[in-house]
Design a protein around this ligand. Sequence first.
Ligand code: T4K
Length: 371
Amino acid sequence: MMKNILVTQPALPPLDEFVELLKDIWDSKWLTNNGKYHQQLEAALAEYLGVKYVSLFTNGTLALISALQVLRITGEVITTPYTFVATTHSLHWNGIKPVFVDVDPVYGNLDPTKIEAAITPKTIAIVPVHVYGNPAEVEKIQEIADTYGLKVIYDAAHAFGVNYKGHSILNFGDLSILSFHATKVYNTIEGGAIICHDEKTKKRIDYLKNFGFAGETTVIAPGINAKMNEVQAAYGLLQLKYLKENIRKRKEVADIYDRELDNIKGIRTLKQHPNATHNYPYYPIFIDEKEYGKTRDELYDYLKANNIFGRRYFYPLVSEFPMYKGLDSAKPSNLPNAHKKAEQVICLPIYPDLESDKLEEIIQIIKDFKG
Ligand code: T4K
C-alpha cells in the first residue's frame, strides 16, 4: 500500500540557503514594513513576470479585497461561479453584489458572450478568473468594459508567469491579483500580490496595504494591514531561483497524464489555450459518467480508497453556497456549463516531486476502474 498522495505538495527551497537569509534578517532586526527583501522581491517579480509594478500582500484574498478598494468598486460586479470561494468572498467583504455569469465549456473561464446581458445600471466592474492558468478572453472582456465604462480586475491566482500572445497575462485589465499560497506554482508559504501598470496606482496600493498611511502622520484612506513580512519575502526570492525547474517538472507530469488519459473513453483532460504559455498549476480531468461507466464521485472515492487524494476544484460551485444561493444569477439554469464542470471535475495530483511510479499507479487505477 503506498503512502498518501495529495493533490499537491509544495516545492521548498534548500533549507541551508534559507537559513543564510534568516541569519541576515536576525542581524538586521528589520522584520516587516517594506524591508529590504520585500523591495527586492517586488523588483525581482516584476522582472520575472514582465510587468511594471508588483505590490506584495500577505495572501491573494487580501490582495483581491484591497484591489477592489483601490478602484473604489461598489454596486454590482460580474464574475464567474467556477472559482475558489475567495474570489466571490472578496466582493462580499466589500459589500459588492456578485452577479454570476456562466463559463465557456472548454476552458471554464467567464463566457464573454454572456456578460452584456448581465450588465445593469449598478454594474461597476468585471472580475474574471484565469482558471487553472488558462487565460480568460481578455480582448473581448476589455471591449465590453470599454463600451460600458467598467473596470476589470483579474483574479490571476492560478496564472503566475503565464504569457498570452507573447506578453504577461497580468498586463491586461486595470489590476490583476496573484496568490503565492503554499499550494500554488510559486509560493511564499502564504502570500499574494497586486499587479498594476502605473506608479500612481502602485502608490495607492501600497498606502492601502499599510493602513492608508501616506506619511508618518497622514492617512489617505481606511486601509488595511496586508503587508508581506521579510521572512516570507526572503523565502520568495529563493523560490524564484528554482521556479523554472519546478515548472519544467510539472510539465513532465502533465505530459504523461495527457498521453495516458487522453484516449480513455469518458475522460476529458483540460485543453491548453493555444496562444498562451502554461504553468501546470492543476491537472483537472472531467468524467463523463455514461462513457466512463462510473460517476465522478465513484472515481474520486476509489482513488481515495487507494490513498490518492485528488480534489474537486471547483465543486460545489460558489453560487451554490448559502450566502450566494439566493441571488437571481445563482440559479442553476443561468449557469449550465459551470454546473456541468463542477459535477465532472477531479484535479489529480501534480507537483514537481511527484515520483514516476506513483504517477503510473494513479494512471493505472483510473484505467482499471473504468466500467
Ligand atoms: N482566487 C483563486 C482562483 C484561488 O484559487 C485562490 C486560492 C484565491 C483566490 C485566494 O488566494 P489565497 O488567499 O489562498 O492566497 C487551497 C488553498 O488554500 C487556496 O490558496 C487555493 N486557492 C485553493 C484552490 O486551494 P484548500 O482548502 O483546498 O486547501 P487545503 O488545506 O485542503 O490544501 C490542499 C492540498 O494541499 C491538501 O491535499 C494538502 C496539501 N497541502 C496544503 C498545504 C497548505 C500541502 O501538502 N502542504 C501545505 O502546506 O484551499
